[in-house]
Design a protein around this ligand. Sequence first.
Ligand code: FAD
Length: 552
Amino acid sequence: MTPKRLLIVGGVAGGASAAARARRLNEACDIVVFDKGPHVSFANCGLPYFVGDVIQDESKLLVASPELFRDRFRIDVRTRHEVTAIDTDERTIQVRDLTADSLHTEAYDALVLSPGARAIRPPVLGIDLPGVFVVRTIPDSRRIRAWLADHQASRAVVVGGGFIGLEMAENLSHRNLAISIVESAPHVLPPLDPEMARPVEDHLRSQGVNLLLGDAIAKIEQGEDHSLVVRTRAGVELATDLVILATGVRPETTLAKASGIALGRRGGIRVDEHMRTSVPGVWAVGDAVEIREVMTGVEAILPLAGPANRQGRIAANDIFGHASRFRGVQGTAVCGVFGMTVASTGVSERALAREGISDYERIYLHPGHHVGYFPGAKPIRIKLLFRPSDGRVLGAQAVGEEGVARRIDVISMTIQQGGTVYDLEEAELCYAPQFGAAKDPVNLAGMIAANVLRGHLQLARWEELPDADVLVVDVRSAEEHAGGAIPGAINIPLEELRGRLAELPRDRELWLYCQVGQRAYYATRLLLQRGFRVRNLPGGIQTYASFTSPAE
Ligand code: FAD
């Protein structure tokens, strides 16, 4: 039966999408959106840049206003209205008008929950002191801006080195604050594998960021005037003018839980592929829900704007009888870090290990974001994970200054379509010198992986290098070798290799490397055809650097 009254809890990414789509599908329905905050449809993703003064006009963060919803869509948006209870039998909700401080009941035929997530606040002493902030809403960022101005802040401690933590670090640095980041994991950006996070960490340090990895805040104390002192578990003391908590979020499930709507094993609201909850007449979307991760099939919480928007649309489609289903998530994300771009899609090696999946192979490459002969080419460091049994692409991570997001988006689409490394090899991508290469980095990733699967190239594992009984051969030039080489490696430049074969043992495996992997591949093909046992150290010495200890 077509609902006559649709109520929506939460009016930002998922809720606003559901409301607007619902109106496009049905002119007759009464649609009411409740949000406990003062705004709807605001750009949470822009908040760090508002703090950093990159976005200076607060009104730019308001994508749509209640008036726009009313005039354009005839949707009734009620801000400062908190939904406090759901009666799923009676199909009613209880709403508190926070301005009038009054409580009333509203009936629904269909209800969409999009209450988002709440910031995790580490349970340490001093976490509620003035000067300690989270960044979830426009008022949060307004308070941070006011604090920066009122206290002439020059130092900040950011707790958490995930996407939002790093964006906040960049933006506060943009306002000339000295930044310390405290991250309890051994590396920044948890969706990445450690060796891919390493260049990001090096870059942060090169920008003057004081990076404390594998450490956590233990206590925050009031310092002199308005300053604070953050003490870490490792005993580090950081004097600061403000603290930003960016330690992740938890799905906001208070309402759902209290009204008997089932939660999943990750603690988010359980939904099916149509975004239906366990209770008829109630749908849920966005940060509050848990959904299937497509590569591993396990439930995941992925608090990102893209899935929230698409899920809002799908819920509205389903409510009004239009077939539509959410395909699951694969964790495609991008982040800017002090001029560097970091992006990933699909599973990481760590996630594969966590799920006990060992049927995978990985390659590394460092192509330019466009052809080298055109001025300004910047390298992109790419890691590709794929399944040897059928070539299916499992995941990719990329770090660089330019062209990173585009490559990850192409690979993301390949993953969504169930594509293989052969699809990447054959992908027809646009090319002109300033944009890419006739063999785009995506094609190169596919070609290298396909070479592995075709047996044209065998890979060595960097982790096994220290204990491997092999001869390591550096096929770079003598000058490059002299400038820094893997300990114990002999140097035979590729150009001299054919004339110096007698120097190489036939009873011992050779592990070849060069700067980024290309010359070593040529050398591998040459030596394999001459009967040598050869493996390639993927990604060359550029990747080796990421597997060795960081320079503190
Ligand atoms: P939200 O957008 O959080 O909206 C939930 C709304 O529900 C809130 O306004 C809240 O007030 C309201 N609400 C909750 N409970 C109730 C109740 N009981 N009654 C009434 N109202 C209620 N994602 C990206 O993909 N890329 C980015 O670059 C990115 N950057 C981000 C930067 C920051 C600082 C933040 C905070 C998030 C960022 N995100 C980013 C995440 C993205 O914003 C969220 O994934 C997305 O907004 C989730 O949408 P949602 O509708 O589930 O929840």
